[in-house]
Design a binder for this molecule. Structure first.
Ligand SMILES: NC(=O)c1ccc[n+]([C@@H]2O[C@H](COP(=O)([O-])OP(=O)(O)OC[C@H]3O[C@@H](n4cnc5c(N)ncnc54)[C@H](O)[C@@H]3O)[C@@H](O)[C@H]2O)c1
Length: 239
């Protein structure tokens, strides 16, 4: 029970990596609020579903206020909601660029700006940003996505400094997953997925649980001396 009595909020929690994290956290004793565009159902009574578009700054503020009224505190925030809208830079529309930055980067800011300072006031907490191997290394056709994911690494390091400057242990870390089988990869052709698998030292794509386990570690007290860090969870990808 590594998250016993902890309250965790996971964005993009209805499916994929977010759902895996919500379920893994609940197994380890946390009460989890899984936030997504639409409410979703979960087997565990410990997971509460809430609808929120993370790009809606005002709605994010209102939801955070409601959650503090209902649950009293938040110990863990995972900024996981994310999308792709790929295209070569010379053909990328303003909308494609803007939407991906808005969801992946501004969405994380919209929640962290409220929750980080509250964690500091409450004596501590753990924030985890979900970046990507693409944020670390770039990828053809994904300038918008790479920029948003690299932005999360920079914002995360800044939040690690800001929220702990009075000596309160608000830890902020980032996970950079490699290629993990979820819906976000469903438009990627199989031969490319095989190529990505072949680029890893472990010779395979990752499972959502493997990201959830890394997030669980960073959220738990076992990571009490880790902050401002980016953890690559990518099977040893050579890029
Ligand atoms: N799967 C991978 O290979 C991989 C690799 C690196 C990083 N990531 C990142 O992990 C995160 C989760 O991705 P996934 O693979 O589970 O994809 P996914 O598409 O299965 O899940 C993403 C979730 O985010 C939600 N979402 C999208 N826009 C939202 C918004 N505006 N407000 C609230 N929720 C919103 C979606 O509804 C969905 O439930 C993303 O940030 C993604 O960029 C995934």
């Amino acid at each position: 029970m590594r998250l016993k009595d902890k309250i965790a909020l996971v964005t993009g929690g209805a499916q994929g990596l977010g759902r895996a994290m919500a379920e893994r956290f609940a197994e380890e004793g946390a009460t989890v609020i899984a936030v997504d565009l639409k409410e979703a159902s979960f087997d565990s009574d410990a997971i509460h579903s809430r609808a929120l578009d993370v790009t809606d700054s005002e709605a994010a503020g209102r939801l955070v206020e409601e959650l503090y009224n209902e649950f009293g505190r938040l110990d863990v925030l995972v900024n996981n909601a994310g999308i792709t809208q790929d295209g070569m830079t010379k053909k990328m529309s303003d909308e494609q660029w803007g939407k991906v930055i808005e969801v992946n980067l501004t969405g994380a800011f919209n929640l962290t700006r409220h929750i980080g300072p509250r964690m500091e006031k409450d004596g501590g907490g753990a924030i985890i940003n979900i970046s990507s191997v693409v944020g670390e290394y770039g990828n053809i056709g994904q300038a918008n996505y790479a920029a948003s994911k690299a932005g999360l690494i920079g914002a995360g390091k800044t939040w690690a400094k800001e929220f702990s400057r009075k000596g309160v242990p608000v830890r902020v870390n980032t996970i950079a997953p490699g290629y993990i089988m979820t819906d976000i990869l469903k438009t990627v052709p199989q031969d490319l997925l095989d190529k990505f698998a072949g680029m890893t030292m472990l010779g395979r794509l990752g499972e959502p649980k493997e990201i959830a386990d890394a997030a669980l570690f960073l959220a738990s007290d076992e990571a009490s001396y880790i902050t401002g860090h980016t953890l690559s969870v990518n099977g040893g990808m050579r890029l």
